[in-house]
Design a protein around this ligand. Structure first.
Ligand code: NAP
Length: 217
């Protein structure tokens, strides 16, 4: 397979660093993005010894996306719109994977655009396809590269981009489902609020979802 370059915007955080470890494979370059280049480099120094294969590099978010095929947005909702706006103009020819869940003190809400994914779509205005994924996965399990993962609901309006993101999800050891258009994103994003509640209620860090009754696909 050709070299695959994946930038993770907010890659110094819980989800981003865990995803980096899962993505590590021969021929995969993971570019950890941060608002602070030094912080990105420190994260790379911390995580590289745990990486099974592939390559980790650290850059500012804007530099990180330059050579990427896929750009994962993994920042808190508070910084989402500003971050996507800052990256606009750098994303043509790439696929954006939006993992962001709109939360207010761990409670989910529906933002004015309809979902975080649609917010990104509106801001980018067709510059790059935006695909929602990984919202319901536990970063704790993701970072433990041998741990079983929940299923991943993938949504978006660009069928080809969605298919490519589903392939990436399969590579990290999760089962991906095409969960429909971008207009479904608010349900998938909001479900994470329920999972957070379940984790608290039942004292877990591993809550996730499993789809049943569909069979092989
Ligand atoms: N954690 C999970 O289990 C999980 C699961 C599914 C989905 N998600 C979603 O994934 C996203 C990231 O979650 P996380 O737990 O990894 O978050 P996090 O650790 O709190 O933050 C991720 C990174 O985002 C950057 N950041 C923080 N505030 C920012 C702001 N206002 N503007 C721009 N960048 C900012 C920081 O990087 P720098 O300081 O280096 O810039 C930080 O390391 C969230 O939207 C969350 O809803 C998380």
């Amino acid at each position: 397979m050709d070299q695959l370059n994946v930038a993770i915007v907010g890659g110094t955080g819980n989800l981003g660093s865990a995803l980096a470890l899962r993505l590590g494979a021969p021929g995969v370059k993971i570019i950890i993005g941060s608002r602070d280049a030094e912080k990105a480099k420190n994260a790379v120094a911390t995580w590289t010894p745990k990486l099974r294969a592939g390559e980790l590099v650290g850059k500012t978010n804007r530099e990180a996306v330059k050579d990427a095929d896929f750009v994962v947005i993994a920042v808190p909702y508070e910084g989402h719109a500003q971050m996507v706006s800052d990256l606009k103009g750098q994303l043509a020819g790439k696929i954006v994977i939006d993992t962001v869940v709109p939360l207010n003190k761990v409670k989910p809400f529906v933002p004015p655009a309809g979902s975080a994914l649609q917010e990104a779509q509106q801001i980018l205005n067709g510059e790059a396809p935006v695909v929602g994924a990984l919202h319901n996965i536990s970063a704790v399990d993701l970072g433990d590269v041998d741990a079983p993962l929940g299923d991943v609901l993938v949504c978006g309006d660009d069928a080809a981009a969605k298919q490519r993101v589903m392939e990436i999800i399969q590579r990290i050891g999760a089962t991906a489902y095409d969960a429909g258009p971008a207009s479904n994103a608010y349900v998938i994003e909001g479900l994470t609020g329920v999972i957070i509640y379940l984790n608290r209620k039942y004292k877990s860090k591993h809550g996730s979802i499993k789809i049943t009754g569909i069979g092989n696909h």
